[in-house]
Design a binder for this molecule. Structure first.
Ligand SMILES: [Zn+2]
Length: 303
């Protein structure tokens, strides 16, 4: 699905005029790095961002700067894709193919493992990924008929913190696409933005997300418990199978650590009350913007 960049830009620009707080001069701020951009950057510098990433079934819903877009792609998105790919490899799903390695008698053979629709497994030797001698040797001398061999997947790079950062980025951009800069320009979210750009550094706790038993449809929900008052952003990742993700983006009065502690206590037996974020115009309707801000800020922590 493609988007009208210009139209999107104008909507967000106008939203920014409503909520401008922190002396920003730009006409548009990249939601991830908050660098300032203007209308002439729409064509080349601001890029359409797929949320979640395209390989996991996302749609283009935000404009981010080219730098953030490519940095997130190579630093965090790939780790999320690799984690899911690795999981699906273990399931030996029909109609799939992947790179594997076979080691025997001190020799290493690179091959592809192909699983057909009827779950027949085929081993295809990729001549480009092997020296000719090796695969001829495997064919003639090493792999004998009915031989049992150990097959090992070529490991895909995946790092827990980077996976978390990717899950968080998706939720943050989904929320941004719905509510614009309305409250997300709050300094409180700087650490969340930094976490996306510097996934290896500890800015916010890892586990602002869960994948357990999510009984409600994708969307943005307001949590009804002040100990973790915020937004449940629920979305689906699609590779061969579907994976539902729920990320908590707390409101600025809730310390991140406290939100995570409370989130950890929720299990399948917990009664969690949520309310779907009302479908209002949070970009240009002052009353809606104020209602949302009131919900975010108009309360205090009681212990
Ligand atoms: Zn950026």
């Amino acid at each position: 699905m493609s988007m009208d960049k210009k139209e999107y830009y104008i909507r967000m620009h106008s939203n920014l005029q409503y909520v401008k707080k922190n002396n920003c001069n730009g006409d548009y701020l990249c939601p991830i790095c908050l660098n300032e951009y203007s209308e002439q950057d729409v064509k080349n510098v601001l890029t359409e961002e797929d949320v979640p990433q395209k390989s996991l079934g996302g749609n283009r819903i935000a404009l981010t700067c080219r730098k953030c877009n490519s940095r997130c792609g190579s630093d965090i998105d790939i780790h999320l894709l690799n984690a899911i790919t690795t999981r699906e490899h273990r399931l030996f799903l029909p109609c799939s193919e992947r790179k594997i390695r076979i080691e025997k008698d001190g020799q290493l053979l690179n091959a592809n493992l192909q699983i057909d629709e009827d779950r027949t497994i085929k081993l295809l030797v990729d001549t480009k990924r092997n020296k000719p001698d090796t695969w001829i040797d495997f064919h003639n001398n090493i792999l004998l008929p009915n031989e049992v061999v150990n097959v090992e997947d070529v490991p895909l790079k995946r790092n827990e913190r980077r996976i978390s950062a990717a899950l968080l980025k998706n939720a943050y951009l989904l929320l941004f696409a719905k509510t614009g800069y309305t409250f997300l320009l709050d300094k409180y979210y700087d650490s969340l933005r930094k976490q996306i750009l510097e996934p290896d550094v500890f800015h916010v706790p890892d586990r602002l997300w869960t994948m357990q038993n999510i009984p409600i449809p994708d969307g943005i929900y307001l949590t009804q418990d002040n100990r973790y008052r915020g937004f449940f952003v629920i979305y689906t990742l699609r590779l061969k199978l579907l994976y539902r993700v729920c990320v908590l983006i707390p409101t600025p009065n809730v310390p991140y650590l406290m939100a995570v502690k409370e989130l950890e206590k929720i299990d399948s037996k917990s009664q969690v009350k949520v309310l779907r974020l009302p479908d209002l115009d949070y970009f240009n309707n002052m009353a809606s913007i104020e209602t949302l801000n009131q919900w975010c800020y108009g309360w205090s922590l009681k212990f």
